[in-house]
Design a protein around this ligand. Structure first.
Ligand SMILES: NC(=O)c1ccc[n+]([C@@H]2O[C@H](COP(=O)([O-])OP(=O)(O)OC[C@H]3O[C@@H](n4cnc5c(N)ncnc54)[C@H](OP(=O)(O)O)[C@@H]3O)[C@@H](O)[C@H]2O)c1
Length: 310
């Protein structure tokens, strides 16, 4: 059945449980445009993009046309985009947001996330700037003070162009730091979540603070080893569904889930979830006792993930 579950965020906004991921979905040859339209036709009501994915304009075109073709209204769809680390200086936040807003061209943004708790030198306009010695070109002026980036993001709410703000890739120590000064508690923390990286402590911490967790790379991204997992394979077989569907079905028991695909048949099946039994959820929860893996670990040159602080 097409998953029709919604989560209520801490400001009352309703977020559909399954969203289409669009990282590495090319803006060329209508690839991401077609993926977004296929998603809306298949029943998705949630699309995730970012400035860093370089595809906002095509995602926006796909949403506008997909809404028309499926007789949907703008408010039927929840759209997320993200502030890039090169726009982290407070004075650049409004520009970064405005650029995304214009590229998407869908009237308003449902959720705007700080993509990483890091700030890169904005002068080069490169997404991963390097210094001549090969080290990451972090923004020395900002010195990782993401609190002031957040303060600038809070002000975006006054524009009415964005309904909710949140963060991504925030660990417990970084959230604790942010919450000391935040006037607005982030609505969402978008983090890598799947059976090899269930992040129980971080998810529990977010829950205790009213922060919703969205699962990125729920299928293990492009280098996934989850598809060879025996426990997942057995459960998938018993329901006669794909292993991806089991990953997503487990994911939506915890929070929202953002599977990416550019193939219409995968896009359609990924949102068809099954109701897992408690013992199956437990068996999937237990997988990380023997196998753990973080698939997404860019080297930003500063500590980011919980294990970086241990
Ligand atoms: N906030 C962040 O820092 C952050 C980081 C990473 C990701 N994200 C978001 O989360 C989304 C999802 O993460 P992700 O793109 O890293 O990875 P993912 O959704 O875990 O996996 C995508 C990979 O799985 C394949 N796939 C999709 N459906 C499948 C199926 N039914 N069976 C087998 N393979 C399947 C896709 O290939 P095809 O496309 O060829 O089908 C692609 O190679 C991103 O697109 C992005 O929107 C956010």
């Amino acid at each position: 059945m097409v998953c029709q579950k919604y989560f209520t965020l801490n400001n009352g906004a309703q977020m559909p449980a399954v969203g289409l991921g669009t990282w590495q979905s090319s803006e060329k040859d209508d690839t991401v445009y077609k993926a977004v339209k296929a998603a809306l036709a298949a029943g998705y009501r949630h699309i995730d993009t970012a400035m860093m994915y370089g595809n906002e304009a095509e995602v926006g075109r796909g949403i506008r046309d997909g809404l028309k073709e499926n007789g949907l209204k703008r408010e039927d769809v929840f759209v997320t985009t993200k502030l890039a680390p090169i726009d982290a200086r407070p004075e650049y936040v409004p520009r970064g947001f405005e650029d995304s807003f214009k590229r998407l061209d869908i009237g308003y943004i449902d959720l705007y996330l700080m993509h990483w708790p890091v700030a890169m030198n904005p002068e080069t306009r490169q997404l991963f700037p390097l210094r001549p010695d090969g080290s990451r070109d972090v923004d020395e002026e900002l010195k990782g003070r993401f609190e002031i980036t957040w303060e600038a993001m809070e002000k975006l709410l006054d524009t009415g162009k964005v309904k909710s703000i949140g963060v991504a890739n925030f660990s417990i120590p970084n959230l604790e730091r942010l919450l000391k000064t935040a006037k607005v508690v982030p609505a969402v923390n978008q983090i890598e979540l799947h059976p090899y990286l269930p992040q129980f402590k971080l998810v529990e911490f977010c829950k205790s603070k009213g922060i919703h967790c969205s699962a990125y790379s729920p299928l293990g991204s492009t280098q996934s080893t989850l598809f060879e997992d025996e426990t997942l394979g057995k459960i998938a077989k018993s329901y006669n569904v794909s292993l991806a569907q089991i990953l997503i079905s487990w994911g939506v028991t915890r929070g929202s889930v953002l599977p990416k695909s550019v193939h219409p048949e995968r896009i359609a099946s990924n949102i068809e979830t099954v109701e897992l039994k408690d013992e199956e959820i437990q068996a999937i929860n237990d997988i990380s006792k023997t196998t753990t893996k973080r698939f997404i670990r860019p080297n930003w040159g500063v500590p980011v993930f919980d294990e970086d602080f241990e």
